[in-house]
Design a protein around this ligand. Structure first.
Ligand code: ADP
Ligand code: MG
Length: 679
């Protein structure tokens, strides 16, 4: 059989209807079945007698038959499903929350394995089920039973049976990438053994070895996929060989000296740009480290060599800010700069499109508008992407295709922990600006609970009276019935009518149109408005050095990296600035994170703490980078496996599969090759 091509439909006992249902679980061809992993397991060896379970907060596993079952309405509209379950020692009422449909599948007489906790508090007394499976005598011989994700029309017993047979009959068809030597070197088991053992573990040790091998396999395939896509995208190149007078001119006009970190980063970039290959470089630097000027000098180098340069930013506010900075950098130079966003008026837009196509325009700054179909370049030689993790791979690729293999510089202020960088940026060279420009003071950061918010506002007002400006950040735009959180519009209305009125508050959020946003930003940047009430739209790029306080509502709800970004809006001048984290810290994790914000001012360290506490899924706050593509690998923990995967994927010649088959295998696991090639 060919596991990559053959549909599961033709496996014994499947057929067209069940194949359709399996498809809902992401299974099309036989290969996918191997990677349909159990989400949990039932271990028969640690089942407790019902008479022995206690309401002590411990998780118990019990086994018993259903005596009676019913659906009921609980308090506050909860739907409950309740079933009395009995074993030889006694009985207990099992309770499922919000799963009334269980009444259709769980009937008296059925045998169940249940995991859950016993509770005795009124209203919900009983065995609260967190996981369950129907128990079938035919599966008696397995000590540990896999529990698979299901969909309507597929049941656990059938799927288990299918898996068991499938693994027995076709396990050997699965490709083995590693030679015996490599397996021995890294202490990895066979892939076939790993698959069988992960689906139907014999014991904990076997399961651990299986998981280890599969995590390595998954990370290795992911990295190999990036490398393959990257090689394909790198067929040609643009060069910027000559030293450029324009660059020297811009450099000479700067009101400050570059920091050592900026100089180093610039050197690395220029080296890449003059080399006979495409540049793919990530410039990392904490908020306020001064990445913009480095990018501007790289653009000067490109323009000085006769190319056009484009700078794409994720928000209009940021694009506008960059446009103003670049216009200043290039003032008095023979270099035409323009800005294109969704809000650019039609006439101006036409002019820009025309000038870009003809080559009259040297530098184009903008938002996603830069990837619009109508825009073309005459000779695009350098692309700079700011806050690159805000863009999808496709969007970056679309811009890339507007030139003939232009050099790429991507920038981020989000410090990337090593494990994420190794996985997702495998193909990028890294430059990092570690220090901030001189005379910056760390932002004094304090957590304040809601009960003390009056004090926080008094403090904020004192700073305003001293002539400083301030931001207030809210998690919501508008009042919401679902979430009891402060909204920006409501707060703006309140503050515009009380003692803060004289500071001319302005409002800014993502739902305003570009002109409104621009006007609010302008008023704040110009100093007429002293208090800006916003959502997290100001997270990136806003640069108003006189801003001395940022107050963040419900700070416990944000990731540390995001809080650090927000905090980076202040402390941009030489005066002391302040960050007030307003909120409630109920959980230990929340307290730990807020304390980290008070004590730590280093973005890299905060990023690592964030990754450890919240995991990579939350790291960028959004679904990105195929982070959710991993079925098994957990980047915050699987460091050892990642290191092995890096070693193996950096040396693909040593793998046992010839290139075409290897590519096939990678594609089977990560079908959307484009999606993982981070441009
Ligand atoms: P980021 O890296 O967060 O994008 P910016 O490029 O916006 O930072 O720079 C932050 C601020 O630091 C800007 O106001 C900029 O003018 C200033 N700056 C940049 N480089 C230097 C330097 N070498 N010395 C002094 N100030 C600098
Ligand atoms: Mg920036």
């Amino acid at each position: 059989m060919n596991i990559f091509n053959d549909s599961v439909q033709f496996l014994k006992g499947v057929g067209p209807q069940r194949a359709e249902r399996l498809r809902k679980l992401g299974v099309r061809v036989c290969f996918d079945l191997f990677w349909l992993f159990p989400h949990s397991y039932f271990n028969r060896s640690n089942v407790s007698a019902i008479a022995d379970i206690r309401d002590d907060g411990e998780l118990y596993h019990i086994k018993g038959s259903i005596v009676s079952a019913r659906s009921t309405a609980g308090r506050r509209g909860h739907q409950l499903f309740r079933a009395w379950v009995r074993d030889d020692s006694g009985d207990v009422e099992a309770i499922w929350f919000n799963q009334p449909y269980l009444a259709n599948s769980l009937k008296p007489g059925m045998e169940l394995l249940l995991s859950g906790k016993l509770r005795s508090d009124p209203g919900r007394a009983g065995f609260t089920v967190s996981d369950y499976t129907v128990w079938h005598q035919s599966e008696e011989k397995h000590a540990v039973l896999p529990v698979y994700p299901l969909t309507a029309g597929l049941n656990q017993k059938w799927l288990r049976g299918l898996m068991l047979r499938f693994l027995q009959e076709h396990g050997a068809d699965y490709p083995e990438l590693l030679s015996a030597e490599l397996k021995a070197q890294y202490g990895l088991c066979d892939i076939e053994y790993a698959l069988r053992e992960f689906h139907f573990p014999t014991d904990r040790e076997g399961w651990k070895a299986a998981r280890r091998r599969l995590v390595v396999e998954e990370l290795m395939l992911y990295r190999l996929g990036i490398a393959a896509a990257h090689t394909a995208a790198n067929a040609g190149f643009v060069r910027h060989p000559a030293d450029s007078a324009l660059r020297h001119q811009v450099l000479a006009s700067l009101p400050y000296k570059l920091t050592a970190g900026q100089e180093q980063a610039l050197r690395e970039i220029l080296e890449d740009m003059s080399a006979a290959r495409k540049m793919n470089r990530l410039l990392q630097g904490d908020v306020g480290a001064g990445k913009t000027v480095v990018a501007a000098l790289a653009m000067a180098q490109a323009v000085g060599n006769g190319y056009q340069a484009a700078l794409m930013a994720p928000t209009e506010i940021l694009a506008g800010q960059h446009y103003r900075s670049l216009s200043e950098f290039f003032a008095g130079c023979a270099c035409e700069v323009a800005c294109l966003t969704g809000g650019t008026p039609a006439a101006e837009r036409r002019r820009i499109l025309q000038a870009s196509e003809s080559g009259e325009l040297d530098i184009l700054v903008g938002t996603h508008a830069l990837i619009g179909e109508k825009l073309s370049f005459n000779n695009l030689g350098l692309i700079v992407i700011d806050e690159q993790h805000r863009f999808g791979v496709r969007q970056r690729a679309l811009l890339d295709r507007k030139g003939a293999q232009p050099d790429n510089l991507v920038m981020t202020a989000t410090p990337i922990p090593r494990s994420l960088a190794l996985t997702f940026y495998a193909h990028l060279e890294l430059s990092a600006i570690r220090e901030l420009p001189p005379h910056r003071k760390p932002v004094k950061t304090t957590f304040v609970s809601f009960e003390e918010s009056e004090k926080a506002y008094d403090f904020l007002e004192r700073r305003l009276r001293e002539g400083r400006q301030a931001y207030i950040v809210c998690p919501l735009v508008e009042e919401s019935e679902q979430q009891d959180l402060q909204d920006a519009i409501g707060l703006y209305e309140a503050l515009s009518h009380n003692r803060f009125k004289k500071y001319r508050p302005e409002l800014i959020h993502g739902r305003m149109n570009p002109a409104e946003k621009g006007a609010a930003m302008q008023a704040f940047a110009g100093g007429q408005c002293r208090l800006l009430i916003s959502t997290t739209v100001i997270e990136v790029g806003v640069d108003v050095p006189n801003a001395g306080v940022i107050l963040i509502y419900h700070a416990e709800r944000f990731g540390l990296s995001q809080l650090h970004q927000l905090r980076g809006r202040v402390g941009r001048g030489s005066e002391q600035s302040y960050c007030i984290l307003l909120g409630e810290a109920k959980s230990a994790e929340a307290r730990q994170r807020l304390r980290a914000m008070e004590q730590c001012h280093d973005g890299f360290e905060l990023a690592n703490i964030d990754l450890r506490l919240r995991g990579p899924g939350d790291f960028w706050g959004v679904r990105q980078h195929g982070l959710n593509e991993f079925r098994l690998a957990r980047l915050e923990k699987d460091t050892a496996e990642l290191n092995i995967a890096v070693a193996l994927s950096d040396n693909p010649q040593a793998l046992s599969l010839p290139a075409p088959e290897l590519n096939r295998y990678i594609k089977a696991r990560f079908p959307d090759g484009d999606e993982i090639a981070n441009n």
